[in-house]
Each structure stands twice: as C-alpha cells, then as structure tokens.
Design a protein around this ligand. Structure first.
Ligand code: FES
Length: 147
C-alpha cells in the first residue's frame, strides 16, 4: 500500500470513528472553543491536566473531515504526555503542516498525526488540520497560568 493511501485511511478512520468525541463539561477540564472563520466550522476541546500530565482530552464540534479527524488523532497523540512534551508535539505538528522536515524522533512522536503531512501542499486546508491542535495549545497555555 502506498503511504498516501495509508494516510488517507487513517484520516477516514478517525473521521468515521472519532476517538474521545463528546464533551464531559466538568470543571476539572480546561475548555477552549475555536472557530475557523473561513468556513464557519468550529471545534471545542477539553483537556484534563493532572500532575503536569494530560490525563484526558475530549473534543466536539463541526468541521470537514480533515478538521474532525485531526481532533481525534490529536486527542490520542497527546493523551498521557507531559504538558511540556505535548507542547513540543503540537509545535512539531505545526512545523510539519508548514512543510518543514522533522527529525525521525519527532516524526515518531507524531505517530498517526503524520497522516496530515500532505496538507502542507494545500494551504487552504492548513487551518482545517490545525484548528483542534491550536485549541489544545491554548488549553495547555491556560493550564500553565493556573499553576
Ligand atoms: Fe471547515 Fe475544514 S472546511 S474546518
């Protein structure tokens, strides 16, 4: 199977069977809501941070397949990571989407999120792929302020 086909499969799988979807609306979770003004889609992320680690991530909202699947992949990629490590992975994801080449070690940490590598060639879809990750980045920043 070609790598591109594999990536397409990952995206469709997470779009059709999203992991960690549905908000818990619990005060232990940081909630961030972000909107993509170019299409009207929006996404809400909830992050539960405990002892400097991400214990849980939830997401919900409306968006295209790239946007919604990316939220699902993000939730699985970052769950269990320390806040610092998660911030680094989020940054690496943004760099990859801008078309930068990452080290093998960084690519390993991105795991299934590598499926969005090709998005760098479609500038209009960059916002779709990064919306959930931007929301998570904001939740992690806000989480730091509280400590
Ligand atoms: Fe709206 Fe992708 S078209 S987020």
């Amino acid at each position: 199977m070609k790598l591109e086909d594999l990536y397409r499969q990952v995206i469709m799988d997470h779009y059709k069977n999203p992991r960690n979807k549905g908000l818990v609306k619990n005060e232990d979770y940081k909630e961030v809501h972000l909107h993509n003004p170019s299409c009207g889609d929006d996404i809400t992320i909830e992050v539960k941070i405990e002892d400097g680690h991400i214990k849980d991530i939830k997401h919900d909202g409306v968006g295209c397949s790239i946007c919604c699947s990316s939220a699902s992949v993000m939730s699985e990629t970052l769950e269990g990571k320390s806040v610092d490590e998660a911030k680094e992975i989020v940054n690496d994801f943004f760099e990859m989407i801008q078309g930068d080449t990452l080290s093998e070690e960084k690519e390993d940490k991105l795991g299934e999120a590598l499926a969005y590598k090709g998005v760098s060639q479609f500038p209009a879809r960059i916002k779709c792929a990064t919306l959930a990750w931007k929301a998570c980045e904001k939740a992690l920043e806000d989480g730091d302020k509280d400590e």
